[in-house]
Design a protein around this ligand. Structure first.
Ligand code: HEC
Length: 279
């Protein structure tokens, strides 16, 4: 009898040990989700469900980890704008809203939240649209040096019809684009190896839309002149970007944003272009 109790006690201890050893904690799951999401942004889109899964698991274990929530919200946002899906857009809205509740200082989350609202308004709900546009502007007013807010506003506004831009006091993205471009020209990042290329190309596209061909050409040339990355994956991503920029510079009809490589999140991060899903 005594032996039996002892053995059960050992068995229970061992079982408990196994449970704690195999159940990763919130931080570990958040880190896995973040790393996997970065692979997705680089081009490996098939890993998106896995990335979201880790981050949702992490949220279950710790619902107040703002950095995990921010990555998760951006993953939903990425899914919504890349694959044109409604459900993740709703989840993105709720998750960005939760971050602002937990930490009102996160202007980047406010800016993304505003962007989501304008997309949700679908040109019909003008109150929602105006709230979203206002949130994106408030984010920049509150933290003028926050790069994310400026990228979010200038790239969201690209899709606005003229009436919407008029309702925003004829917002002109060139100031925000130039601001970000100046910062990225001085930044080197292995994870966003094309940031400077893409921003100079966007500045060029802005001139092109205003009909200033000379300045457009100069910005496209600056984009093409940025040093090639060393990493093989990043180089092949860069070659795709260069081809599109060169075409546009030499009179191509379509704006760069019409190219899926430039329209969403991949452009600056593209290092595994061969893994992009067909669509
Ligand atoms: C104009 C270029 C550009 C675009 C477009 C872009 N990013 Fe980035 N991203 C960057 C730069 C630059 C960094 C900083 C890299 C570093 O710190 O090494 C970065 C960093 C990140 C990071 C890691 C650092 C962090 O903030 O947690 C994530 C995640 C990320 N971006 C997600 C996205 C998502 C999602 C989108 C689309 C909504 C996107 N990016 C679009 C340039 C860009």
């Amino acid at each position: 009898m005594k032996n039996w109790i002892l053995i059960s006690a050992i068995a229970i201890t061992l079982a408990a040990g196994t449970v704690t050893a195999t159940e990763p904690d919130a931080k570990e799951l958040a880190a896995k989700g973040y790393a996997t999401f970065k692979a997705v942004l680089a081009g490996d889109e098939a890993k998106l469900p896995e990335a979201i899964g880790y981050m949702e698991e992490s949220r279950k274990a710790d619902g107040a980890n703002v950095s995990n929530l921010f990555n998760l919200a951006r993953a939903y946002f990425f899914e919504a704008i890349t694959f044109i899906r409604q459900e993740p857009l709703v989840k993105a809205e709720q998750t960005f809203a939760r971050i602002i509740e937990l930490d009102p200082k996160r202007v980047d989350a406010l800016s993304f939240h505003g962007s989501v609202l304008t997309i949700m308004s679908q040109g019909g709900d003008s109150a929602k649209f105006m709230q979203g546009a206002q949130e994106m502007r408030t984010a920049i007013e509150r933290s003028p040096n926050d790069v994310t807010s400026r990228i979010v506003l200038s790239s969201t506004a690209r899709n606005f019809p003229p009436q919407a831009l008029a309702a925003m006091g004829n917002y002109d993205p060139s100031g925000d684009l130039q601001f970000v471009s100046n910062i990225f020209d001085r930044l080197h990042s292995d994870f966003a190896p094309h940031a400077s290329v893409v921003m100079n190309a966007f500045v060029g596209e802005g001139y092109k839309m205003k009909g200033d061909e000379e300045k457009a050409r100069a910005s496209f040339q600056t984009a093409l002149g940025v040093g090639m990355p060393n990493d093989a994956g990043a180089r092949s991503g860069r070659e795709l970007l260069n081809t599109a920029i060169t075409e546009r510079m030499n009179g191509g009809e379509k704006p760069l944003f019409a190219n899926p490589l430039f329209s969403g999140c991949h452009s600056c991060h593209l290092a595994a272009a061969d893994k992009l899903l067909p669509r």
